[in-house]
Write a protein that binds this ligand. Structure first.
Ligand SMILES: NC(=O)c1ccc[n+]([C@@H]2O[C@H](COP(=O)([O-])OP(=O)(O)OC[C@H]3O[C@@H](n4cnc5c(N)ncnc54)[C@H](O)[C@@H]3O)[C@@H](O)[C@H]2O)c1
Length: 275
């Protein structure tokens, strides 16, 4: 990751922060962006150890983390941050589209208004489009780059929340468009398709039911949900040279959730359910 310049969106969140730390620990200069000023203040404390170069007034060094407030739904603000990167740090070579706005999960399709659809779409899809366009301009000029889109199992099956699911499915299509169009310029674009990750995005459900993750685990063939660091490791892999043959892929990280139905397969095969 030495010499890489990365931008992560939603960087103060449960998955974003481990991604920032993992990239910085490997030597990338990371521009960590989030809409939440208070989230940044809190997250910044845990990345201060990566900021030696900046703190000492020296030029950006390997592993330096810069925090910037950024609403990915604001295209002008997105372009401003990328202009700043080009002017101060050099061409952005890694983009991780990760931001989401946690919200109450709608119960019924009929009662889910267009406002909710537009809100999810503007952050998940339009945000990724704006960031990808701005990053691609710099990546094309440099002749290299890697974009990682954080999608979800909701993109490939229905597990609740129609607007979020549709937006995450669009992100997979966006991944393939960029992967194919920009492969000749040395740029890759891949998606990660995680199942449940233990992050603050679940805070409301956990507050209502502290057993939330225990209950969710039951549906996973692996019997477990992911820690954010496990998914951050995949983001590092997809942005690193080790994955240079991987382009346009959807890397499923769901403990087998979308591979099939364990309880049903046991029933069909006459294998007693251990429970
Ligand atoms: N947590 C899960 O179970 C799970 C499962 C599958 C996929 N994912 C995906 O992982 C990614 C990270 O989710 P998380 O669980 O860390 O969520 P999180 O709520 O912990 O973090 C999301 C971050 O995005 C920021 N954000 C919100 N609106 C923004 C905007 N307009 N512009 C920029 N930043 C904004 C928030 O301030 C927050 O810091 C998301 O793309 C999510 O869809 C999460």
């Amino acid at each position: 990751m030495q010499g890489e310049i990365a931008l992560v969106t939603g960087a103060a969140g449960g998955l974003g922060l481990p991604v920032v730390k993992r990239l910085a620990a490997q030597g990338a200069v990371v521009v960590a962006t989030d809409i939440s000023a208070s989230g940044i203040t809190e997250a910044k404390r845990s990345t201060d150890r990566f900021e030696l170069g900046a703190a000492q007034g020296t030029a950006a060094g390997n592993g330096t983390v810069y925090w910037r407030e950024l609403d990915v739904a604001d295209e002008a603000a997105v372009n401003e941050v990328f202009d700043w990167i080009a002017a101060e740090l050099g061409a952005c070579s890694i983009l991780v589209n990760n931001a989401i706005k946690p919200c109450a999960i709608p119960h019924s399709f009929i009662d889910t208004g267009l406002e909710q659809w537009r809100s999810d779409y503007s952050i998940i899809v339009e945000g990724a489009v704006s960031c990808s366009r701005a990053a691609l301009r710099q990546m094309v000029a440099a002749g290299r780059g890697s974009i990682v889109n954080i999608s979800s199992v909701n993109a490939v099956g229905f597990y609740g929340h129609p607007p979020y699911s549709a937006a995450k499915a669009a992100l997979l299509s966006l991944t393939r468009s960029i992967a194919v169009q920009y492969a000749p310029q040395g740029i890759r674009c891949n998606a990660i398709v995680p199942g449940t990750i233990k992050t603050p995005a679940w805070a409301e459900q956990v507050a209502a039911n502290p057993q939330t993750f225990e209950i969710l685990r039951q549906w996973y063939p692996s019997g477990d949900v992911a820690e954010p660091e496990q998914i951050a490791e995949l983001a590092l892999f997809l942005t690193s040279e080790q994955s240079r043959a991987v382009n346009g892929a959807s890397l499923v990280a769901d403990g087998g959730l979308t591979a099939g139905n364990l309880a049903m397969s046991r029933f069909v095969e006459g294998v007693p359910d251990p429970a």
